[in-house]
Design a protein. Sequence first.
Length: 263
Amino acid sequence: MPRLPEPDTRHVLHQTACILKASCYDEVWARLLVGLGIFGITAVRYGLTRSRHGMSLGDLQDILFLSTLGEKDFTDYIETGLYRRSPHYRWMAENDGAVSWGWFVQEAKAGRLLPDEHAFLAEMEQAGQPAGYLLSFASDTTRLKGGLGMMGQRDWSQAYMDALWGQHGEAIEAMCIAAHLNITRMPLPSKRNPLRPRQREMLEWIADGKSMQDIAVLTELSVTTIEKHLRGARDALDVETTAQAIARAGLLGHLYVVSEETA
């Protein structure tokens, strides 16, 4: 079994601070990978949804999915629905905190997994899936949920991964929580057409309780032009009503966004 790493505490704290100070998804992700790399962890998958319904992830167009496993990972794991067969996903949806992948093996041996979940684990083992840990992040709302899976290197046993977690799990989890919390303050990217500035502005005025006539006075735009912008916002967000557009834009964090110019 490889020797456990002995990272410098100041280095770990510095990297955690860098994660918290990062100002965009790419920077948060890059900083997190550097931090986890201190412990030898290089294979990581992170997902976040703000439109969860029970066991459903919501609209897949509005999911943030970051992975070191290649560009096809989202297609292979999420779009195909493979994640629904994973006991890891069910655990994440029902729990908060951290769990060893060894726990799922024990559950399978005890006959406490669903048939599809048992088959999923068998496929993972056949493919030579390495050891790992799963994190499920606590949320104050029923709609937002984030989770992170980390895999050890190919020659790591689950016993080694558990030993690593026993010695450094608190630091590793702190880094991951820092990344998750920073990401949740940012607008979620979407595969939809982005809201244009005027469309966002009109939605914000309506959300503030202004009438069409009020907005016309405040913006010096005609009611017809205002409605055109609102219609464009509804189309971009793929909803039927302005109320739905405000709700979805709010869930995705796309209202009252600080622009780069303002920042």
